[in-house]
Design a protein around this ligand. Structure first.
Ligand code: FCB
Length: 460
């Protein structure tokens, strides 16, 4: 009998999907993204509307996740619902979140709760948001309130989602609210978000000493267009350093990389202020030196021609599908932090409306995770972005990341093939040969080839 090949994941590995409040709940009209939409800034001109209807019926989608035998689910709380006006606490909103979390637990899914995922109440934004250090205390007060109210239902927290994307898109590129283009302010916002994370970390630690608390940067790789060109290497290195790694370094040491440290104050109390490293990874870009592009730090970014890629999106932000990149990021995070904390992949996903690349992409990315595990990197879980199609920020409904398709007009759900495949992987806690044969037979050799073993047991 020929032996079946399998990539088995460690016992207790968390399998889930990730989502955010504004993108899924619907009816959030009191945050700065709603105002952005009302100002006509969504590139598709669409409205979030009912989102994926989670405020009314998230449990129906939780049931779908349960059927996929997910054992975890990441969602976020909408601060603008919990504290609609400064100092006014809405207990009905907290009750709704309590119901959602209780439902997840009943279904055997561990909730990972994000406390800030791009949106904040209008009153907070209008006071200058995270551009003002003095405003951090509002965030910490809200965090203390919700953690106290939910601590019997959740002990796994993610303070701030992608501080680098929030700061860069909102304050440097002007593509997200508040639409500013000010370099210094962007770095100040980045710094204040990290300080807010640190202070939220200690606030949660006091309320719930056993909690697991972290944050997640968006890691994007920037590789030189021509690896033999010193100039391409230099500009790619600059993008790589300042987009991804400066943030991790600040989180670890409290100090920002030169020359950012000349522009912003160091963090207070950063060292040790996280229990895990969250990793959001989607894509990489190539960078070519271009003296005519000072605004892009003299590096023109582009997608390698001819590669498998995402539907690019209206803002062209979703590029190459590059699984090796996930391995590289996991390894780099591990090495740069000297293995001091476990890692969770808090987001990884694909914009693929037709679902004709996603099954293969998921398999390749999970094989990359497995490779990292085989190297001894303590990856504890994988949250796929995302369970159901949802309102994809500036791309509106024109970017489709869901394992399950949604028609936003009718709220009808149609599971994509990827949903059944993800379910099979979670159920098996493994990538089996049968799964690869059913969903992407063309990559069987590359998936199993690298690790020519059978039944490789991993313990982390
Ligand atoms: C990430 C965001 C998430 C979603 C995915 C596609 O940068 O955190 O909300 O938009 O990209």
């Amino acid at each position: 009998m020929t032996q079946r090949r399998v990539l088995r994941f460690p016992e207790g590995f968390l399998w889930g999907t990730a989502s955010s409040s504004h993108q899924c709940e619907g009816g959030n009209t009191n945050n700065q993204w709603y105002r952005w939409e009302q100002q006509g800034r969504i590139l598709s001109g669409e409205q979030c509307g009912a989102g994926a209807n989670w405020w009314q019926a998230a449990e129906q989608d939780f049931e779908r996740a349960e059927q996929m035998e997910n054992n975890a689910l990441r969602l976020s709380l909408e601060w603008s619902r919990v504290e609609p006006a400064e100092g006014r606490w809405e207990s009905a909103a907290v009750d709704r979140y309590r119901a959602m979390l209780a439902d997840l637990r009943r279904r055997g899914m561990k909730p990972l709760v994000t406390l800030h995922h791009f949106t904040e109440p209008l009153w907070f934004a209008d006071r200058g948001g995270f551009a003002r250090e003095a405003n951090i205390r509002y965030f910490v007060r809200y965090v203390s309130y919700v953690v106290t109210a939910l601590r019997d239902l959740c002990d796994f927290w993610l303070t701030i989602n992608e501080p680098n994307v929030y700061a860069m898109e909102g304050y440097l590129l002007g593509a997200y609210p508040p639409g500013e283009q000010k370099l210094l302010r962007a770095f100040r916002v980045l710094r204040n978000l990290m300080q807010a994370h640190v202070e939220a970390f200690y606030a949660i630690r006091r309320i719930q000493p056993q909690a697991e608390i972290g944050y997640c940067p968006h890691y994007r790789l920037f590789d030189p267009a021509n690896a033999l060109s010193p100039l391409d290497c230099a500009v790619a290195g600059i993008h790589d350093t300042y987009f991804s790694w400066a943030l991790l370094q600040a989180g670890e040491s409290g100090r920002f990389t030169f020359p950012l440290n000349m522009m912003v104050a160091p963090l207070r109390g950063a060292a040790g202020a996280r229990d895990y490293h969250g990793v959001n990874y989607y894509t990489r870009e190539l960078v070519r030196f271009d003296p005519g592009a000072p605004a892009e730090l003299f590096g023109r970014r582009f997608m390698q021609p001819g590669v498998m890629h995402n539907d690019v999106g209206l803002d062209n932000s979703f590029g190459e599908i590059y699984a090796e990149g996930l391995y590289r990021v996991l390894k780099a995070v591990y090495q740069r932090t000297r293995g001091n904390r476990p890692l969770y992949i808090t987001e990884n996903g694909f914009n693929d409306a037709l679902d004709d690349r996603r099954p293969r992409a998921i398999l390749e990315h999970l094989a990359a995770v497995h490779r990292a595990l085989s190297d001894g990197i303590p990856v504890r879980g994988y949250f796929h972005w995302t369970l159901v199609d949802n309102f994809e920020w500036n791309n509106g409904w024109q970017a489709r990341f869901g394992l399950i398709e949604i028609d936003p007009r009718t709220q009808e759900r149609i599971p994509r093939r990827s949903a059944s495949m993800f379910g099979e992987i979670c159920r098996a806690n493994a990538i089996t040969e049968g799964i690869v044969e059913r969903y992407a037979p063309e990559i069987a050799e590359t998936i199993f080839g690298a690790e020519a073993t059978t039944e490789r047991g991993l313990t982390v």
